[in-house]
Design a protein around this ligand. Structure first.
Ligand SMILES: [Zn+2]
Length: 139
């Protein structure tokens, strides 16, 4: 849930949703605004209550280290990586030619579609032992 959180001075007495006690005017106060079903929901908390709640949340959701961004690396030898790259490039070349043919001579592209799909399928089979076909090819 997306929330907007900001800190401001309390303008008039409010009740803290965390501890249930009064937030006196002219004290720092944390506002949290959520998108409700009918209208926005505005929650008011003492600054120290908000910090306590935030630290409690972090304790329940401990820090997890992610080993770098993006896809996980394939565990392949240099030779396997070269073979995989060759197959990926071969498939991309086929797709490029197919798209170019579809623009220039659509009737011929349709006629060759089955043969092209078979070539791509053969590449996918070869890729199976080299980390598999990329997920983007499945769409
Ligand atoms: Zn409070």
């Amino acid at each position: 849930m997306l929330a907007l959180v900001w800190i401001s001075w309390c303008k008039k007495k409010s009740t803290c949703v965390s501890c249930g006690e009064l937030i006196e005017a002219r004290q720092p106060m944390v506002y949290s605004k959520f998108k409700g079903e009918r209208h926005p929901i505005l929650l008011r908390k003492h600054l120290h209550c908000w910090v306590k709640d935030a630290l409690d949340w972090l304790e329940k959701h401990p820090y997890k280290h992610h080993a770098g961004a993006g896809r996980p690396k394939l565990n392949l030898s240099d030779e396997q990586k070269k073979s995989r790259l060759k197959l990926l490039m071969a498939r991309n070349n086929i797709v490029y030619k197919q798209r170019r043919l579809a623009m220039l001579r659509p009737e011929l592209a349709i006629a060759k579609q089955t043969a092209i799909q078979e070539k791509i399928y053969a590449i996918c089979i070869q890729l199976a032992s080299l980390g598999g076909a990329p997920k983007s090819w499945l769409g």
